[in-house]
Design a protein around this ligand. Structure first.
Ligand SMILES: [Zn+2]
Length: 323
């Protein structure tokens, strides 16, 4: 019986590859910085090499592998398997599924990374399945995956769930998509870092600076550290990001009435002690009692492996895989 799943998580800053078993457990994984500033062909070659190295290390043959799951940054034309335009990877209309299929062979299932993560959360995030679930990642950007009655919401062209581009601050900071005040532009790790840098440029933010290592850039992490130390300016930055995230999530809760909203991604995981209470408070105060009655807002327990877990879920639940 085929027992193993190959999982690939391609991002703007890192490529993560793993071998998982039928229980969605990561048996072995490797992580590298995304090469050549994200040029598509170079990243595909890097991915192929990383997968081959893992297979070699585990002695896996073609007959052992059920299939390969892949998560890529959106916006992705889901049916065609084409990354339309990725600001992080600088891919433009790149047929990633076709290119990866040629190189990796076998059954390959591919979706937007945040959708894959939502699947991972749905299948492996808790002891039971929450059929109405929204997953939100807060890292370099803000993204999400929406599961309604046990089905991922793809929309017509696969663009569903672009949570990060919901406008929550009209006229606010410019977003990578060109609009102003998107959730991503005001509440991502990048946005928190930008605000922290702006504070420092104004001669404030001494406590943030005090947490920055020599030669290191200011990131959301240092703003979080200063906030934990009681720095008013840093607390205000984090509070603002949490407020916007809460506002966006409240909008989603009112529209989709989920049972669970799960947060993940580097910035959310790193700042969860600060952000989660602000978000929970904001949501509870801005949705109907019907919507908040059974609502849970939590951090994912899957950490950085959430997309890999979702890859396994995609493969295991595809009727054509494993034959
Ligand atoms: Zn945007």
């Amino acid at each position: 019986m085929r027992k193993f799943i190959i999982a690939v998580d391609i991002g703007g800053s890192k490529v993560l590859c793993g071998v998982l078993n039928r229980n969605g457990e990561v048996l072995m994984h490797s992580r590298e910085t995304t090469c050549a500033a994200g040029h598509p062909q170079a990243v595909i070659e890097q991915t192929e090499r990383m997968v081959e190295e893992l297979k070699l290390a585990m002695g896996l043959k073609k007959k052992d592998i059920m299939g390969t799951g892949v998560g890529v940054p959106g916006p992705l034309d889901y049916q065609a398997g084409i990354v339309e335009e990725s600001p992080n990877l600088r891919w433009l209309k790149y047929p990633v599924r076709e290119e990866l299929s040629k190189r990796l062979g076998g059954k390959l299932l591919l979706d937007k990374d945040t959708n894959v993560a939502a699947w991972g959360e749905y299948y492996y995030g808790s002891n039971r399945k929450y059929r109405h679930l929204i997953y939100i990642t807060v890292s370099t950007g803000v993204g999400g995956g929406i599961i309604v009655d046990g089905r991922l919401l793809h929309g017509l062209n696969g663009g569903g769930g672009e949570i990060g581009h919901m406008v929550v601050a009209p006229g606010g900071s410019r977003c990578g998509c060109g609009r102003r005040g998107c959730l991503e532009a005001v509440a991502s790790g990048t946005a928190i870092a930008r605000e922290a840098n702006a504070l420092i440029a104004r001669g404030k933010g001494d406590m943030i600076l005090a947490n920055v290592g020599p030669g290191q850039p200011v990131s959301a992490r240092e703003a979080g550290q200063a906030a934990r130390q009681g720095d008013e300016e840093a607390l205000r930055l984090i509070d603002q990001a949490g407020h916007y995230l809460g506002m966006g999530i409240a909008n989603l809760v009112n529209i989709f009435n989920p049972e669970k909203v799960v947060l993940g991604g580097g910035a959310a995981l790193g700042l969860h002690d600060l952000l989660l209470p602000i978000i929970q408070n904001e949501v509870i105060n801005n949705v109907f009692s019907l919507h908040r009655r059974d609502l849970k807002i939590e951090m994912t327990r899957l950490g950085d492996d959430i997309v890999l877990a979702g890859c396994a879920a995609m493969v295991l639940n595809n009727p054509a895989a494993g034959k």
